[in-house]
Design a protein around this ligand. Structure first.
Ligand code: ARG
Length: 296
């Protein structure tokens, strides 16, 4: 189907046109909180900066609007804005944000930084109970009307219930089982209203049945493909921006009508993060939305 510029093509994602990224001024692998991080491995800061600029340019070329925030010192992983929290841009009464509760003390100072960024722009804040961890969009991606949330390594299962209470929409939680795929966004990538990329190796048996029931036409990754981080991709309309593109995966996406762009973010993979981790979609709508607001 042919559509005009900026229009959402029928069947495409209703979100994924606006993003928050963080300039990697103080990025580095300074501690180890996932199996990909090795503090003795040096990050090439210049190269990281160039790769980040490349991702930013690729997103904008695909039609995305990207807002850029500054990175304070002492929070090297803040570049992974996917972990900022849960965005609900279409909440009744105006946009709402749920700041993450990070599992590891190393990332906990990020919460105040992200919270302040959203507050300064007029977003209302919902706060998770102190005892519950949840690492934001890194562990929760919408597919259709459902928010698919991962738990175990970084997020608590019970946080899914709290998120559902905040948004008024359904949240389905699935257990992550492989510590190399420690966030749900390394195992799952919504493509449009029928298609998604999935890495079954990352989920328990129940989780697999949940995703099978949710996604009409999945692209299941082999273990090797999954470990290349190719599910950690950003989708802008019909463009899929991937940190790696296994040949079979690229062909299938093209057959489904997507343009595939590979974006080298190898310096960030040293910290266990790819393209999706470096972005936070700001236009996600969860729950009933403002259209129904008149009824309440
Ligand atoms: N070093 C970061 C961490 O371990 C990487 C975060 C990746 N983010 C993501 N959304 N998967 O927390």
């Amino acid at each position: 189907m042919t559509v005009g510029d900026g229009e959402v093509r029928e069947g495409g994602l209703s979100w994924g046109r606006t993003y928050l990224m963080c300039e990697p001024v103080h990025f580095g692998v300074l501690y180890e909180i996932n199996p990909w991080m090795h503090a003795e491995v040096q990050v090439d800061r210049e190269r990281a900066r160039a790769q980040w600029e490349g991702l930013l340019a690729t997103l904008r070329a695909a039609g995305a609007v990207v807002e850029v925030m500054q990175q304070p010192e002492g929070v090297p992983d803040l570049v992974f804005t996917a972990n900022a929290g849960i965005v609900n841009a279409t909440a009744r009464g105006g946009p709402r944000f749920v700041p993450s509760h990070f599992r590891h003390p190393e990332r906990q100072p990020e919460t105040a930084v992200f919270r302040a960024w959203f507050e300064a722009r007029g977003w209302a804040i919902d706060t998770l109970p102190e005892a519950l961890d949840h690492e934001g969009a890194g562990d929760a991606l919408p597919f259709g009307d459902v928010l698919l949330s991962g738990y175990r390594f970084r997020s608590d299962q019970a946080a899914a219930t709290v998120l559902s209470g905040f948004t008024g929409g359904p949240v389905r939680s699935i257990e992550l089982v492989d510590e190399r795929l420690y966030h749900v966004d390394i195992t799952f990538c919504p493509l449009d209203d029928r298609h998604a990329i999935g890495a079954p190796m990352g989920w328990d048996r129940y989780g697999r049945t949940v995703v099978e029931a949710l996604v009409p036409e999945p692209l299941w990754l082999t273990d090797e493909e999954a470990l290349s981080f190719c599910a950690n991709s950003v989708v802008v309309g019909r463009t899929v921006i991937m940190p790696s593109t296994p040949v079979r995966v690229g062909r299938r996406l093209e057959a489904w009508g997507f343009d595939v762009v590979t974006c080298d973010v190898s310096e960030f993979l040293k910290a266990g993060g790819g393209c999706r981790c470096l972005t936070l979609a700001l236009d996600v709508g969860l729950g009933p939305g403002p259209a129904d607001a008149t009824a309440g």
